[in-house]
Design a protein around this ligand. Structure first.
Ligand code: TAP
Length: 454
């Protein structure tokens, strides 16, 4: 049996050795899911709701254990890791209310009536990235199960530990065999098999735009249902009339959260030229205050990058002679550390300004007026997130409508709430997760005409 090793990104020590799922084992798991499909679909709405609540309770009882696994296996600061485990619980609870509310419509038509049913789509394959192993798993898992589908999750090879544990908790909570399975292993083997296997009827993929394109092409061959959550290069737009102190204080977390390994990272800060100097003066101490260090310490705000390979990639965006305005700090010694880094001024074709770095690197550029800010913000193939800082509500709404992106915050850096929709414009993705309509992505509408005339 082949295995792979999970390393602690803060120490480079081995945390666990995990079996790597083969194509044959993936096929056997898909067969188990297929065998469970009818029974799971037939579980009555209130019983399915109760099972999801029991699953949420099991996660709740193991928040600390899950958080510690994420600290060791992904290098996430412990406070963040606790929030992430709690997010899985909250998402399961939120969607546990859905089975009892999965209504169709009745539509009067000449000679009878049409009724619609929301039928489960079938086996769902969740392909999860390494940056938020727990929340992103939960966002697909909760609504897919609630809609009556069996789920097979493929966690990222680097970060499988919390998904494996959540799979065990599902069984302990009473979910029937085959309803939720976790297959650690390679994307090119297990992930690809989920895409290629005809019995898998829906793929939810979160990851890079490059792999997302391949998955979309693979799903197209079978007209397989697909949700894509991909990359981002989001703008944090600061107008001169904003509360500059608040905007500058919030900017580091908006981009350096999870060491910048966040699809919603506001990695381009656009500041109105008349306020540029004042903003930079306030940004510098805020960046230097970011507490980078041991993820197990409750005071740590930013941990290491996920791997040596990723560290090398991030560092390539800040070569010798790069226009570094200022930097925060990072520990020496073992671990994949990279200090928060602010680049300015940069030319418009500068790679760290145009490409997704997925690390703690931000560029700051000036803009002239509202039209210029919107033009710069939209000058990217991505459209996932962004922020607007201004005291002028009309301007906030105008700019929010004009920026081509799926999730915006005004005078705040927040991005994701499980009870509101989340997803991207342009090459940041396809479809929406979370919020009250998430079950639409995991059901098919069936339309039945019933004649009422003799
Ligand atoms: P990817 O390399 O794209 O990997 C994501 C997942 O896909 C992993 O589980 C990976 O498995 C698997 N995979 C790789 N090749 C595959 C294939 N040919 N067929 C099926 N599955 C395959 O991304 P990443 O580096 O882990 O994550 C970073 C990217 O994700 C960033 O671009 C980021 O912006 C994006 N992201 C987007 C969002 C949202 S919500 N829009 C959220 C988080 C991250 P392995 O682990 O074995 O490679």
């Amino acid at each position: 049996m082949s295995t792979f090793t999970v390393l602690n990104p803060a120490t480079e020590e081995t945390v666990a050795t995990v079996p790597s799922t083969s194509v044959e084992e993936a096929d056997a798991a898909i067969a188990r899911a297929a065998a469970a499909r009818e029974a799971w679909r037939a579980v009555g709405p209130s019983d399915r709701a109760a099972l999801l609540r029991a699953f949420a309770d099991a996660v709740d009882a193991h928040i600390e254990e899950l958080a510690q696994l994420e600290v060791a296996g992904s290098g996430h600061p412990v406070g963040q890791a606790r929030w992430e485990a709690g997010n899985v619980r909250d998402v399961l609870r939120y969607y546990s209310a859905a089975p009892e509310r999965l209504f169709g419509k009745q539509i009067p038509v000449p000679g009878g009536v049409n009724v619609t049913f929301q039928e489960p789509v079938g086996i769902v394959g969740l392909i999860v990235p390494w940056n938020f192993p727990m929340p992103i798993l939960g966002w697909g898992l909760g609504p897919a199960l609630a809609a009556g589908n069996p789920v097979i999750a493929k966690p990222a090879e680097r970060t499988p530990l919390t998904a494996i544990r959540i799979g065990e908790l599902a069984r302990e909570a009473g979910l029937p065999d085959g309803v939720f399975q976790v297959l650690p292993g390679k994307g090119s083997v297990v992930g690809q098999r989920l895409v290629d296997h005809e019995a898998v009827r829906k793929i939810v993929f979160t990851g890079s735009t490059e792999v997302g394109r391949q998955i979309m092409a693979g799903c197209a061959r079978q007209v397989k249902r697909l949700t894509l959550e991909l990359g981002g290069k989001s703008a944090n737009i600061v107008f001169a009339d904003a509360d500059l102190e608040r905007a500058a204080a919030a900017a580091p977390q908006a981009v350096f959260d999870n060491a910048g390994q966040d699809c919603c990272a506001r990695s381009r800060i656009l500041v109105q030229r008349s306020a540029f100097g004042r903003f930079m003066e306030m940004l510098e101490p805020a960046v230097k205050r970011v507490a980078v260090g041991d993820p197990a310490s409750p005071d740590t705000e930013m941990g290491p990058l996920i791997s040596a390979e990723h560290l090398h990639r991030v560092a390539s965006y800040v070569p010798a002679g790069a226009p570094v305005a200022f930097r925060g700090s990072a520990p020496d010694g073992p671990g994949y550390w990279f200090a928060p880094t602010v680049l300015a001024p940069v030319p418009p074709d500068y790679p760290a300004y145009t490409e997704e770095v997925f690390g703690p690197v931000v560029t700051v550029v000036p803009f002239e007026d509202e039209a210029d800010a919107v033009k710069i913000a939209n000058d990217t193939p991505y459209g996932l997130s962004g922020s607007i800082w201004t005291q002028n509500l009309g301007r906030a709404l105008r700019v929010a409508r004009a920026v081509e992106t799926g999730n915006l915050s005004v005078n705040s850096h927040s991005s994701v709430r499980y009870w509101t929709p989340f997803g991207g414009f342009k090459q940041s993705g396809l479809g929406r997760e979370l919020g009250p309509d998430a079950l639409d992505a995991f059901t098919e509408t069936k339309n039945v005409f019933i004649a009422t005339e003799e």
